[in-house]
Design a protein around this ligand. Structure first.
Ligand code: GUN
Length: 500
C-alpha cells in the first residue's frame, strides 16, 4: 500500500550513497508523493520531519527460539532446534500469532525490508505473507523446500515441494502488493535433491522470482556437500549446475567461499547476505566483506535470527564491525608482531561501511536499489525517525553539550535501540509510531472492545507439540568430525509533518 497523499518531512537525513561515506542532508525537506520521494530541497528553499534516519535489510524466521539454542554446531542446531520449531508452524493459529510477533519485532527494530525464510508447509507461509502485508513491511518471502536428509515428519516429496513452491509464488503475486515479492528457497544443498533444485530454478525463471539459500556456511555443511557431491568442487559449483545462481539470488553466509567461488557468484550477479552474529555462533570462519566487495560481489547484511541471537539490524551492523576487527586481530596474531600493517587494515570496516551494508548493500542484494537504500528523488520513502535525546534511564545512551549531529548519529548506530525509533516508514506510510503499529491499529479500531491481541492469544495459547526429528546422518557424521566452530542534552525540535 502506498501513501495516497503528499507529505513533507523536514530535518536531517543520514544515508550512505557511497561505501564508507556518511552523508547528512541538513535542514532538508523531503517531499513524498504516493510513497515516492518527489523532491529533496534545502528547507529555506521550500515552503514546508525527520530528525535522524536509518533503513535496514534483514533476514529470518525461527524467531520462536531466538536468543536460545546457541550451544551446538549448525547440523545439530538444525536438528535440535530449527526443524522442530519450523514444523510447529503447521498449527496455523500458532503461526498467525508468532508471525505477528516476528514482523512487529523487526519493524520495532527499524527493519523496513526483510528477506524471510518461511517453513516447509504451504499454508503457514501464506500466513506470513498476510501478516507482512497487514503490518506494512517490505519483504521478499520464501517457502522453504527440502526433500531429503530431513526428519521424517518435516520433509516433502519432490513433486509436492515443486507444486507448493509454485502455489506459494502464485499466492504471493496474487496479493498484488508492491511491497512483497515471492522467493524460491531451497534450504541448502544437503537437504535438496538435484531434481528439486533444478525444478526450483525453473520456477524462478518462469516467474522471475528471487532465490535464497545457504552457501559455504561452516565446515560441517561444506564437508557434507563434498561427500554427497564429490563431482563438484564447491557449493557454488553445485548451485551453478542447478541453475540457482542468478542476479536475483541471495546466498546467506559464504564464510568458506574461495576467491574463485566469489568471482563466480559475482559474475552471475548473485549476492551474499553477511550474517556476522550468526557466523560467530554457527560458522567456522569470518566473512571478509571488503575482500568480497573488491572481487565484485554484492554484499548485504543480515541478522539470521535465530542463528544470530539479535533481531536488530543495529546489532548486525555492530557485529559486522567487530567481525572485521577480528580479521585484523587474527592477522596480527599470526604475524607474531606488534605492528599493524596496511595489509592487516584492509579488512577493517567502520560504522559507516556497516550502515551502507544494511541499506544500499541490502537493496542491491535484493534487486531493490532503484527503489530504496538512499534518499534520492524517485526512490520510495523508507525511513526511521530517530530520537537521540533519550538520556539517563529513558534511553540507551546519553548526549553531552557540544556533541554535533554526526556524533549523535554515530552513538545511535553504536548504542541505540528500538527506544530511539519514534516512527518507522515504509513506502511513505508510517507503519509504526510509538508503540502503535499504525496499519493494524487502523483495522483494529473497528474490532469489538476486549478482543484479545495476538500477543494476548500467544501468551495464553498452549505450546504446539513439536515433532520427533531424525535428520541427516550423513551430515551429522561430517559435522561431528569437525567439532564446534570454532546534544548536548538540549531538546530536539518536535517532529512536524506538513501535509499538503
Ligand atoms: N543451513 C540450512 N538451514 C539453515 C538455517 O535455517 N539457518 C542457518 N544459519 N543455516 C542453515
Amino acid at each position: 500500500m502506498a501513501a495516497a497523499d503528499t507529505l513533507a518531512f523536514r530535518g536531517t537525513f543520514f544515508h550512505t550513497p557511497t561505501y564508507g561515506q556518511l552523508e547528512a542532508l541538513r535542514d532538508a525537506v523531503v517531499v513524498v508523493k504516493d510513497g515516492r520521494i518527489a523532491r529533496i530541497a534545502k528547507a529555506e528553499e521550500e515552503a514546508a520531519v525527520l530528525r535522524d534516519f536509518g533503513l535496514s535489510e534483514a533476514r529470518r524466521l525461527k524467531y520462536k527460539f531466538t536468543g536460545t539454542g546457541t550451544d551446538v554446531p549448525l547440523m545439530d542446531w538444525l536438528k535440535k532446534y530449527t526443524f522442530p520449531a519450523e514444523c510447529s508452524f503447521q498449527d496455523i493459529e500458532a503461526a498467525r500469532q508468532r508471525y505477528a510477533l516476528l514482523v512487529k519485532r523487526f519493524l520495532a527494530n527499524g527493519t523496513t525490508t526483510a528477506m524471510y525464510y518461511g517453513s516447509l508447509h504451504l499454508e503457514p507461509n501464506t500466513v506470513l505473507v498476510d501478516t507482512i502485508e497487514r503490518l506494512g513491511q517490505r519483504a521478499v518471502v520464501g517457502k522453504v523446500n527440502m526433500d531429503r536428509h530431513s526428519p521424517d515428519n518435516y520433509v516433502e516429496a519432490t513433486q509436492d515441494g515443486l507444486r507448493d513452491a509454485e502455489a506459494f509464488i502464485q499466492y504471493t503475486l496474487g496479493r498484488k502488493c508492491s511491497r512483497i515479492q515471492p522467493c524460491i528457497t531451497p534450504r541448502f544443498i544437503p537437504t535438496c535433491t538435484p531434481e528439486l533444485m533444478k525444478g526450483l530454478a525453473e520456477l524462478a525463471r518462469k516467474y522471475g522470482t528471487h532465490i535464497q539459500s545457504h552457501i559455504s556456511e561452516c565446515c560441517g555443511e561444506v564437508n557434507c556437500v563434498r561427500e554427497m557431491h564429490p563431482e563438484y568442487a564447491s557449493d557454488a559449483a553445485v548451485f551453478e549446475e542447478m541453475g540457482l545462481l542468478t542476479s536475483r539470488t541471495v546466498m546467506a553466509h559464504g564464510t568458506l567461499l574461495s576467491d574463485d567461488d566469489i568471482r563466480h557468484l559475482a559474475s552471475r550477479g548473485t549476492a551474499v547476505s553477511h550474517c556476522p552474529l550468526s557466523n560467530f555462533f554457527l560458522g567456522d570462519a569470518f566473512f571478509k566483506v571488503n575482500h568480497a566487495l573488491s572481487l565484485g560481489l554484492k554484499v548485504g547484511l543480515g541478522t539470521d535470527v535465530a542463528g544470530g541471537i539479535s533481531p536488530s539490524m543495529l546489532s548486525a551492523q555492530r557485529m559486522a564491525v567487530v567481525n572485521s576487527r577480528c580479521l585484523r586481530a587474527h592477522k596480527l596474531a599470526v604475524s607474531g608482531g606488534t605492528t599493524v600493517t596496511p595489509e592487516m587494515e584492509k579488512d577493517v570496516i567502520t560504522f559507516k561501511e556497516a550502515l551502507w551494508l544494511a541499506t544500499v548493500g541490502g537493496a542491491q542484494a535484493l534487486d531493490l536499489a532503484d527503489r530504496v537504500g538512499t534518499f534520492e528523488e524517485g526512490k520510495e520513502f523508507d525511513a526511521l525517525l530517530v530520537d537521540t535525546t533519550l538520556g539517563g534511564t529513558d534511553g540507551p545512551f546519553d548526549v553531552f553539550p557540544g556533541e554535533d549531529d554526526l556524533e549523535r548519529f554515530e552513538k545511535f548506530i553504536n548504542l541505540g535501540d528500538d527506544r530511539n525509533l519514534l516512527e518507522v516508514y515504509v513506502q511513505g506510510v508510517c507503519v509504526k509510531r510509538g508503540d502503535i503499529f499504525e496499519l493494524e491499529a487502523s483495522v483494529l479500531h473497528t474490532k469489538p472492545q476486549g478482543e484479545p491481541s495476538d500477543e494476548d492469544r500467544l501468551l495464553s495459547a498452549p505450546t504446539p507439540a513439536e515433532p520427533e526429528t531424525d535428520f541427516l546422518d550423513l551430515a551429522h557424521r561430517a559435522d561431528s568430525s569437525e567439532g564446534s566452530p570454532a546534544p548536548d542534552g538540549e531538546a530536539e525540535p518536535e517532529a512536524k509533518r506538513a501535509r499538503r
